[in-house]
Design a protein around this ligand. Structure first.
Ligand code: UDP
Length: 479
């Protein structure tokens, strides 16, 4: 009998990376593999419930904890996630600290000798560490094929260095279709002269794709076939698509309480509220785990939602403090919206909300996980990208898949994005909830959702690619 394969996952300590990595581990474990998540104490704590639950269902999944050298890099104790870094300097220190994780990783690999290491793209040095023990290193980006292709094109051809201003449109070169962007939509770290710690990590991360065993992608072929082919055949990357990983949680459990549990509230209360609503009558608004809006922007969102006249669930990353007036809310807003709009303060059970039939639209920052979760639920989107690769994902949603409309955010700004006026939000929400394009968008979104389900079924494209991945690792080890 062949030996049980052991795969270690080492995600960046951010929700958008750790949640899919844990889900990936569960997925591999559900195929009989031994899986281990490597993370830091603070993050291990956050995710312990979901991991314990999985162990209780018999999955071979465990956690190995390594100390985060944040304090050595000049960060406060316990600041082990980029969303806890509140200033640009702290973000740089955070990424500097991640580069010091190489030694602890080396010690773990020496001790546990897994057959394969799936490490985050932001840990480019992991390839060399794994190579010391003959362990193949796989890259995990946490994004889809389209944005992987777009970002590589920008790095190679630098069209943004050839325009006169930040607002001059340019074509992203060498993609299967014409995609137009502006320099102000791009992250500062793609600029030729970017010298920050993160810019270095970003570039070396991209380069490390070619030197490693391959890339595992949380997407499915039918969603972005031209870009899955382009990435492999034109850009020459070895890749396995195994997603949508969140959809697999239907089968192996855990789609409710994922990620941060603090401030979660009662998920049944939100779902019961939705149960009273008609199909496709509620718009869901959430900007992922890292966004941080000014009070003025939150106020503008509130006014835009009220003006749209639509029912809504709006997730705001703010805690309510007894007796303190919330400056970001218009006077009497919650009273006026009673029964019509619900604000979740903190962390929402996003997948459960998106899957509820009452939800007919999603205002999203286009983080890849949120985008895929909306695709799986067949829900059209208002795209409001803020930072990271979210402006590329917006193009996929609006231009290529045609299942969303842009709110008109055009400026890349870490955590906060561009300022969007209430009228723009009102108009976009009305377009995806009952505008003339809505039937077409819903039909396309529904079709993609069905394709997503088929992709993970036995014989489906992602199911087969996962088999191929396991087989490739097995062959490498003669296991
Ligand atoms: N999420 C959630 N509840 C929240 C906010 C986010 O469950 O209140 C989940 C969301 O479902 C997704 C992840 O957190 O799986 C966010 O990842 P994404 O890539 O969309 O954005 P990021 O947080 O990385 O910007």
């Amino acid at each position: 009998m062949s030996r049980q394969l052991h795969i270690c996952f080492f995600p960046l300590m951010a929700q958008g990376h750790t949640i899919p990595a844990i889900n990936m581990a569960k997925l591999f474990a559900s195929r009989g593999l031994k899986t281990t998540i490597i993370t830091t104490p603070f993050n291990a704590d956050f995710h312990s419930k979901t991991i314990n639950d999985s162990q209780n269902t018999g999955l071979d999944i465990s956690t190995l904890v390594i100390k985060f050298p944040g304090v050595v890099a000049g960060m406060p104790e316990g600041c082990e996630s980029p969303d806890l870094a509140t200033t640009p300097e702290m973000v740089q220190k955070f990424y500097r600290a991640t580069t010091m994780l190489d030694k602890p990783l080396e010690n773990l690999l020496r001790e546990y000798k897994p057959h394969c290491l799936v490490a985050d793209v932001f840990f480019p040095w992991a390839t060399a560490v794994a190579a010391k023990f003959g362990i193949p290193r796989i890259v995990f980006h946490g994004t889809g094929f389209f944005s992987l292709c777009a970002s590589l094109s920008l790095l190679e051809y630098e069209p943004h260095e050839k325009v006169e201003s930040d607002s001059e449109p340019f074509v992203v070169p060498n993609l299967p279709v014409e995609v137009i962007l502006m320099r102000k939509q791009l992250p500062p770290y793609v600029r030729r002269n970017a010298q920050t710690e993160f810019a270095k990590v970003y570039r070396t991360g991209k380069e490390s794709e070619l030197g490693c065993f391959g890339v595992v992608v949380n997407s499915f072929y039918e969603l972005e076939p031209d870009y899955a082919d382009h990435y492999r055949m034109v850009l020459g990357r070895k890749a396995w698509h195994i997603g949508p990983i969140s959809l697999l949680m239907d089968k192996i459990g855990g789609k409710g309480k994922r990620g941060r549990s603090r401030g979660f509230g009662d998920e049944h209360e939100f779902l019961k509220w939705l149960d009273l609503k008609e199909a496709n009558s509620v718009v869901y608004i959430c900007f992922g785990s890292m966004s941080s809006f000014s009070d003025a922007q939150l106020m503008e969102i509130a006014m835009g939602l009220e003006a749209s006249g639509k029912q809504f669930i709006w997730v705001v990353k703010k805690e309510r403090k007894e007796g303190v007036r919330e400056e970001w809310l218009p006077e009497g807003f919650e009273k006026r919206m009673e029964g019509k709009g619900l604000i979740i303060r903190g962390w929402a059970p996003q997948v459960l909300i998106l899957e509820h039939e009452a939800v007919g639209g999603f205002v999203t920052h286009c983080g890849w996980n949120s985008t895929l979760e909306a695709v799986c639920a067949g829900v059209p989107m208002v795209t409001w990208p803020l930072f990271a690769e979210q402006f590329y994902n917006e193009k996929l949603v609006t231009q290529i898949l045609r299942i969303g409309v842009e709110v008109g955010a055009h400026k890349w700004e870490r955590l906060a994005g561009d300022f969007v006026k209430r009228e723009a939000l009102e108009k976009a929400v009305c377009r995806i909830m009952d505008g003339e394009e809505v039937e077409g968008m819903r039909a396309r979104a529904r079709a993609l959702s069905e394709m997503a389900s088929r992709a993970i079924e036995e014989g489906g494209s992602s199911f087969s690619n996962l088999d191929a991945f396991i087989e490739d690792v097995r062959q490498l080890h003669g296991a």
